[in-house]
Design a protein around this ligand. Structure first.
Ligand SMILES: [Zn+2]
Length: 110
């Protein structure tokens, strides 16, 4: 199954107020073959959002954003010191299974 929807836009919006996040407020925290983690801060409401994006082998991708009270440095240290638990991975994948979008173009420009 390959998703072709052009909805990369949805990854760049504030998880709280829905405003589009400026590029200079996005920080790439982690990027591996099939996983990308971004930290974004909304200029409007100052809410920080963590965005997890998974690319599948078919060239599509899916992702989700969650509000966080951690700044990007805290997130980096968390990512480094404590791997995400299996339960968290499963819950994220369940959420992602309902998402149809493509963020590849957006990510490559970051
Ligand atoms: Zn906001």
């Amino acid at each position: 199954m390959q998703y072709k929807h052009n909805s990369s836009d949805s990854f760049t919006r504030c998880s709280f107020c829905g405003r589009e996040i400026a590029r200079d407020k996005m920080i790439l925290l982690d990027e591996q073959d099939q996983k990308t983690v971004l930290h974004m801060t909304c200029k409007q409401c100052n809410t920080a959002t963590l965005v997890f994006i998974y690319n599948n082998n078919a060239g599509g991708s899916m992702g989700m954003g969650i509000a966080t009270d951690m700044d990007h440095l805290e997130v980096v240290s968390k990512l480094g010191e404590s791997p995400v638990s299996t339960d968290e991975v499963i819950s994220v994948h369940k959420l992602l299974s309902n998402y149809k979008g493509n963020s590849v173009d957006f990510i490559k420009k970051v």
